[in-house]
Each structure stands twice: as C-alpha cells, then as structure tokens.
Design a binder for this molecule. Structure first.
Ligand SMILES: Nc1ncnc2c1ncn2[C@@H]1O[C@H](COP(=O)(O)OP(=O)(O)OP(=O)(O)O)[C@@H](O)[C@H]1O
Length: 626
C-alpha cells in the first residue's frame, strides 16, 4: 500500500496532544527566560509584549485555524477589551478629568484587573455573538472582507465616541498592571484553551466544515453554527488579550488597534502556521523578535561603520517580505500542521485498541424505506431529473444506473436535500426530506458518499470517521469504538493516523464509505464508490458492501458506471435516462429491457440483439452487441 509516509509528511507528529501543548508552552517559557536573563529590563518588556501577542494571536487562530478564514476584524475585540478594562480600572479622580462626559453606568468603578477581566470577557462574548450572527454566514474571501469591514467600523466608532474613548486623542491613565507573570499566565491559559477547543467535538466539527462544508453538512454538521461558535470563542479571548494589551501600554488611541497591529498579528499567525496552536506561538516569537530587531534600524543607524538611512515603514516592509517568504517556502507556516490531531502516527490503532474496544456491528435496523415521489429538478431549463419515483428499502441493495448526464447524482442530491426539489417529495418513513434542512437529513437515517471524493483532507483517517460518529450524537468513547469498527471493516486500520489527503485513492474511497457507515444509517447512498478503482479493488469493495448489506440489514442505493459491479451487488436496479426513470426491476429484467439497451447504445442499433455486457470493465457504460 503506497501512502505518504509519516516521516516525510509535513503534518507528522508523534507526540501526544499533551506533549504538543507542553512543547508550545515550553518554547515560550524558554524564550521569555532567555530574553529576561540576557537583556534585563528591555528583555522583560519584549517578553511581556510577546506573551500578550501570544494571547491575541492564539485567539485569532481559534477562529482562523479552525474555520480556514483569515480575519482582520479582531482589532475590534482588542480595542473593546483595552478601552473597557481601561475605563473600569482607571482611578476615579483621573477619570473625572480625562473623561468628564463618560456615561454614568461606566464611570467611577475603579476595580482591579481581576474584576475587570471577567466583565471584559462577557462584553467580548456579547459583541462576538452580535457580529458573528452575520459573519458566520460567510466563508472565504467574503468573510475576510466582512471582518475587515468590522475593523473599519469599530475604528470609526472608537474615534466618534469621544465621551468614552477621547476620540483620536490618547486615552491615558490605564493602570500598567500587565507584568511578566500575568502575561505568561495568560499566554499559557490561552494555549491550553485553544488546544482544548481544537480537539473538542466543536473544534473537530469546525475543522471538518473548514475542509469540506458540503460533506460536513451531509454528516449533520451545521457549518454556520460551527463558524459562529469559533468566532465567539475567538472574539472572547481576543477581548481579554486587548485588555492585557491596554494594561501593558497604559496609554493608547484607536490607531493602536488598527491595521498596523492587526496586520502584524495576522503575519504572526500565518508565519507560524494558521492551523496550529503551536504555530501561532512560534509565529509570535519569530515575528516579535524580527520586529524588535528591525525597529532598531528604522530610524537610521550605523552598522560596522556604515551609516544606514532612516527608512519610514521599514518594519512593515520586513513583515510583508517575511510573510511572502514563508508562503513561498513553507505554505503551511514554519510549524504548520504541527498538530495533526490525536496521535497522527503509524501506530495510532495500536495505541487506541488496548483502551477502546471496537463497537459491535449492528445486526439489524428498524425497517424503513426511502421513497422518491415525482421528484423533478431543472437547472436553467435543463431538466436534470424529471418526475422520478422509486423506492430504496432497508435490507436491499438498489442499483441506480444510467448513461452520463442521466441525472443520477442530481437525484442523490435531491434525496439528501443538498438540492431543493422543484416538485415532488422524498420520504424516509413518514418524514418528507425535501422539507427538512440539509444538515438534518442524516438524523433520519440517510448517509451518503460523494461522486468526487469529499474527505476532510486536513484530518486523519481516524478523525474523518470519528467526526461522523460524533455528529450522529454519540459520546466520545462510543464514537471512538464505532470508528475502530468501521476502520476495521474497511481495512483502514493501518492508515488511521495518516492525513486523509495522503492516502492512496482506493483507501480514500473506502474511507468515505466507512465515514458514512459510522453514522449507523438505515439507507446508505453511494455515488460511484468504485469509480477509479482497479479491478481487484472493485472486487474487494463489492465483497465488503455485500457483507455490510447482509450483516447490518441496511438499505444501499448504489450508483456506478461499472455495470458488472452493480449487477453483482444489486437485488433491484433502477435505470435513468435523460432525467427520467425508464426501467426498474431485477438485474435480469433490466438487462433484457429494450429501452435500457436503446439508452445505452442509441436508437437504430436496438434492432440488433443487444445485451449489457457483464464483462466490459474498462468501458463499463458501453454495451456489447452480439
Ligand atoms: N449544479 C448543477 N448546475 C447545473 N447543471 C447541473 C448541476 N448538476 C447537474 N447538472 C446537470 O444536470 C444533468 C444531470 O447531471 P448529473 O450529474 O445528475 O447526471 P449523472 O447521471 O450523475 O451523470 P454522471 O454519470 O456523468 O455523473 C446534466 O445535464 C448536468 O449538466
């Protein structure tokens, strides 16, 4: 079996999650100690700044790393935290002179930072929930632009709200209480929290939706909800980071939280590796040291007798170059993919099996029937599916065949509510699936695989199946047991700890089926599961599917162009042509049906005795004419 070997894979990591977290904290601690011991007060100042940046960048990565969306909007949370904590902790007398028109509900509190931080976190959560309800609807570039819009609006509001922020003037009088101990403690807590979130059920769902939203939705994951939760968690942490930042500076203005800071923090995250908490830490360390070094030269200096001129914006230029260099040389960041997930190693199963017993194969399911009634769907005038009715009950493998463009995949998309039908209905028992949300369909016992592989490429094979079992509502332990069962059933044990995108093609196809089966469906829809497989892989898959059908009693709706494969497995075959069902019956009946022969070989040749070939495997849709 040829797989991307772990020792050459960028995402390779043998250590356990705990060790990885400890490694990130240890690296930070070592750098902080080194700086303070070598450079004294200056080193300590840089170390405090570094730790506060770790909190901010790790917070940023909780959203960006888990959703794959770069945010420029986190400056808004930083500003909220800094101003709010500044107002709450400011000495009352100073506040009266600096902020004479402050609204009374904000004035005169003069609390300690330990009281202000929880308040700030709650305010951050509320602000995140408010903004997240809109931002979580978006993905990709649109979401990034929306976050930039948020930053611009927040900056404008901070300047306009002069009674609260002193407008664009310096906001002063904030107690400078962020010392090394507080900053280091906060950085460690942020790393732990981010790691915990990443490996939690919600973090896994979020990363699955990041890698393939449609596939995640087909498992029952509400992708928008996962983005919303990641945004709220990230925003809350960023607001606390903002408070620490404000208490480090003592005085600041809206410009302190604008593009300069946000850009630097995004660079830190990308340089280290957006998808990894350890990457965020390394990125902060590397970029903070780079920034501080370059700043020495920004105002002009003399190096080895050579006088360097003053270069305005040198730090920003160097940061820009750093990001370009890293993207070019290491697209995943300096330590990107540092955290692949639980035990990304060749012996994952060996370590899991003593602790987790594979779940027992379900021996039966409650009988049910997936029933399509007069389903139709058009795309800009093209009738992809027209008036289709058929049944796929449990305990039967129903083949669905038809020439290219017959409408088979569209039909599967209608049955799973990935597409909204123009007319007709799809019932699972009493439930009309055309009336439920896409992500709720698996809850009624319908799981699917896709025509083109849609695995969660950044997750391991183990995690791909685990996500499905968790999404079906199982607790972590049961989900792990089901995952082991399905990995065993599809001979994927050896590759459990490898990233899905590094697996050979046949294993990836089997993994998609294992993932769908981990939801214990009543009806399994398989869209061309054998496509691209070689003959021995196809035979092997057929054996496994027959076993699954027999032992579990589930129903399978099987689409494939390999007619030998479909004939071998199916008890009943439905034939589609030009969007409609032209025949259905036993494989023998269907093979002898003139309409089917005509659909496959075209009019004019049907007069000749024709038979769908069971032997033509290389061009399975062709028909051998005798
Ligand atoms: N999302 C879409 N937008 C526009 N047209 C579509 C879409 N999906 C399918 N179609 C069209 O609907 C028709 C049926 O396509 P479909 O993919 O369902 O057929 P199929 O039987 O699965 O074909 P194949 O075996 O080649 O996968 C085709 O004409 C196709 O171009």
């Amino acid at each position: 079996m040829s797989i991307v070997p772990l020792h050459t894979h960028p995402g390779r990591l043998r250590a356990s999650n705990l060790l990885r977290t400890a490694a990130a904290v240890a690296v930070l601690l070592a750098v902080v100690l080194g700086l303070t011991l070598i450079f004294g007060r200056t080193g300590e100042r840089i170390a405090v700044q570094m730790c506060v940046n770790v909190v901010a960048v790790v917070a940023l990565a909780v959203y960006c790393g888990n959703t794959g969306i770069v945010s420029f909007g986190h400056g808004a949370f930083l500003a909220l935290g800094a101003y709010l904590s500044g107002i709450l902790t400011m000495p009352a007398a100073l506040q009266r002179s600096a902020l004479p028109d402050l609204p009374s509900f904000l004035a005169g509190h003069e609390v300690t930072i330990w009281v202000s931080l929880p308040v700030v976190a709650l305010a951050g959560l509320a602000f995140a929930a408010l903004t997240g309800s809109a931002i979580a609807r978006l993905v990709g570039a649109s979401a990034t632009i929306a976050t930039l819009g948020l930053l611009i609006i927040a900056h404008g509001v901070a300047i306009a709200a002069r009674e609260i922020t002193r407008g664009s003037q310096t906001f002063y009088g904030v107690p400078r209480v962020t010392d090394l101990v507080l900053a280091l403690g906060a950085a460690t807590s942020a790393i732990l929290l981010a790691r915990w979130y990443r490996e939690s059920r919600l973090g896994l769902f979020s990363r699955a939706a990041r890698d393939d939203e449609d596939a995640a939705t087909a498992l029952g994951i509400n992708a928008r909800r996962t983005r919303f939760i990641a945004w709220c968690a990230s925003g809350t942490m960023a607001t606390v980071a903002g408070a620490l930042y404000g208490h480090m500076l003592g005085a600041f203005s809206p410009a302190s939280f604008y593009l300069g800071l946000v850009f630097a923090q995004v660079v830190m995250m990308i340089v280290g590796g957006m998808s990894s908490v350890g990457g965020a830490v390394v990125g902060v360390i590397a970029v903070t040291l780079l920034q501080d070094t370059v700043r020495q030269f920004e105002g002009g200096s003399t190096v080895l007798g050579v006088t360097l001129p003053e270069v305005f914006g040198l730090t920003t230029i160097v940061l820009g170059l750093a990001i370009l260099l890293v993207i070019w040389a290491r697209p995943q960041g300096l330590v990107g993919g540092f955290e692949l997930g639980p035990g990304a190693d060749a012996n994952l199963l060996g370590r899991l099996k003593p602790r987790v017993t594979p779940a027992r194969t379900p021996e039966s399911v409650v009988p049910a029937t997936l029933k399509a009634s007069n389903l139709s769907k058009s795309f800009a005038g093209v009738k992809a599916v027209r008036d289709v009715s058929f049944e796929a009950p449990t305990g039967r493998i129903t083949g669905l065949i038809g020439p290219n463009g017959a409408g088979k995949s569209t039909l599967v998309n209608l049955l799973t509510r990935a597409y909204q039908a123009d007319t007709g209905s799809a019932h699972m028992g009493e439930v009309d699936l055309t009336r439920v949300s896409h992500h709720k369909v698996p809850g009624f016992g319908v799981s699917r695989s896709f025509q083109n592989l849609r695995l969660f490429s950044g997750l391991t094979a183990y995690e791909n199946v685990l996500v499905a079992a968790l999404a079906a509502g199982h607790d972590r332990k049961t989900a792990a047991a089901i995952t082991l069962r399905e990995l065993d059933a599809f001979d994927l044990g050896e590759v459990a700890g490898y990233r899905a995108d590094g697996l050979p093609y046949g294993a990836r196809k089997r993994l998609e089926i294992a993932r769908a089966l981990a939801q214990d469906p009543k009806i399994l829809l398989l869209d061309e599961p054998a496509a691209g497989m070689n003959p021995s892989e196809t035979d092997d898959l057929a054996d496994r599917l027959i076993k699954v059908g027999k032992t579990r009693g589930i129903g399978v709706l099987l689409i494939d162009h390999d007619l030998r494969f479909v004939n071998r497995l199916s008890d009943w075959i439905v034939v589609m042509h030009q969007g409609g069902v032209i025949a259905q019956g036993t494989p023998e009946d269907v093979r002898a049906n003139p309409k089917v022969i005509e659909a496959y070989i075209g009019k004019g040749r049907t007069a000749q005795k024709a038979e769908i070939s069971e032997t033509n495997r290389s061009q399975p849709t062709e028909v051998a004419i005798k």
